[in-house]
Design a protein around this ligand. Structure first.
Ligand code: M6R
Length: 364
């Protein structure tokens, strides 16, 4: 039931502090603060390559995870959308780990990709929200998210729960590979444990975001920019906006702007920049200034420090709490979800049942 909320999507956005905490709880051992995965009968330290396959928002969770697996565990990651993976004859070394991410566990392309990977001798890991789904049944390593049923067609809480599981997996893999000390693992867990509170803080900006939505609603096109793990967040922001508000939106790696899309910039195209302060901040901001120099109207999403450094001259700013870079994607998911939500409400579209879309895509 929707309770006091107007839409399921809104309710599900606001459930995130709770469901992320629930999900993390099942991956962290309370007695020693270390990451624990469900029992597995293979040796994670032997994994030489990971192939991540998913669709839509789940694919973007996989894209964030690629940064983490490579950075923390130094394991090379291959990543593809399921509909491409299936037909491109990927080269898979026997014994590799193939990781599938899905809210429903029934997405036709992802399921077919899973079966293809199994036939090619891969170990099958699945991050899935529906524990009785086909993908859950076919997994060697089942990594459930505990988001509870997601009704809105736009995926929100399943996404942040997927990120939580993937961060835990990255830490576990890094430990197994000898790339992370016990202390470092505990520090990762500490940061993850801060996520629910930080998400809660982000939700506190709901009203500001509803106000900013009125600046975005009249636009025909919107650009989202980000760097590093915030690049997939830009793609996710654009997808959310497209699917429920029907505004054409594109996510771009901030550094790619000058290779073409900057030609689109004028004062009618809002450019939303996702830039938490941290190692990539300066670079993203310099891309943002290039956009501004061409008359672009910028909405900057950053923390107090980032906004103090770069907020001036922006059409609008959205302030997030200052968080460790590891959990930034979990926190910055909130403003992109809320912005899409409020733009859709302002436009009067059917938020929970957008046209032409199904919750679970069980046909190819
Ligand atoms: O159930 P799945 O996670 O496999 O679904 C994948 C996509 O169909 C899904 O994420 C879709 O892109 C959402 N509508 C995005 O909000």
């Amino acid at each position: 039931e929707k309770g006091n909320y107007r839409h399921y999507m809104q309710k599900e956005i606001f459930e995130q502090p709770l469901v992320v905490a629930q999900t993390l709880q099942s991956y962290v051992r309370p007695f020693d603060g270390k990451v624990a995965l469900p029992d597995i009968d293979f040796d994670l330290s032997a994994v030489k390559r990971i192939t991540i396959v998913a669709c839509g928002t789940s694919f973007y969770a996989g894209m964030v995870a690629k940064y983490w697996f490579e950075q923390f565990a130094r394991v090379p990651v291959d990543l593809d959308v399921a509909s491409e993976f299936r037909y491109r004859e990927p080269v898979l070394e026997p014994g590799g780990l193939a990781l599938f991410i899905s809210q429903s566990g029934e997405t036709a392309d992802t399921l077919a990709a899973l079966r293809h990977a199994r036939a090619e001798g891969q170990i099958i890991a699945v991050v899935v929200n529906v524990p009785t789904s086909s993908m859950a049944r076919e997994a060697d390593l089942l990594l459930p998210t505990h988001a509870g049923p997601e009704i809105g067609v736009a995926s929100t809480k399943a996404f942040t729960c997927q990120l939580s599981v993937l961060a835990a997996l990255a830490a576990n893999l890094a430990r197994a590979k000898g790339r992370m000390s016990e202390d470092e693992e505990r520090a990762v867990v500490e940061h993850l444990r801060e996520a629910p509170e930080a998400i809660n803080n982000a939700l506190g900006h709901d009203e500001d975001i509803a106000g900013i939505a009125h600046l975005v609603a009249p636009a025909r096109d919107v650009l989202y920019l980000g760097r590093g793990p915030d690049y997939p967040m830009a793609l996710e922001g654009a997808l959310k906006l497209k699917e429920i508000s029907y505004i054409h939106a594109e996510g771009y790696a901030a550094g790619e702007m000058k290779h073409g899309p900057i030609a689109l910039i004028d004062d009618l195209v809002p450019v939303i920049v996702i830039a938490p302060s941290g190692p990539l901040f300066e670079k993203t901001v310099s891309n943002m200034q290039e956009v501004r120099a061409r008359g672009g109207k910028i909405i900057l999403i950053s923390d107090a420090k980032g906004l103090a450094d770069a907020g001036e001259g922006c059409m609008a700013t959205i302030e997030m709490p200052e968080v460790h870079p590891l959990i930034a994607p979990l926190v910055y998911a909130v403003p992109v979800q809320l912005l899409a939500y409020h733009v859709a409400v302002a436009k009067g579209t059917d938020v929970d049942q957008p046209r032409n879309l199904a919750k679970s895509v069980t046909v190819e």
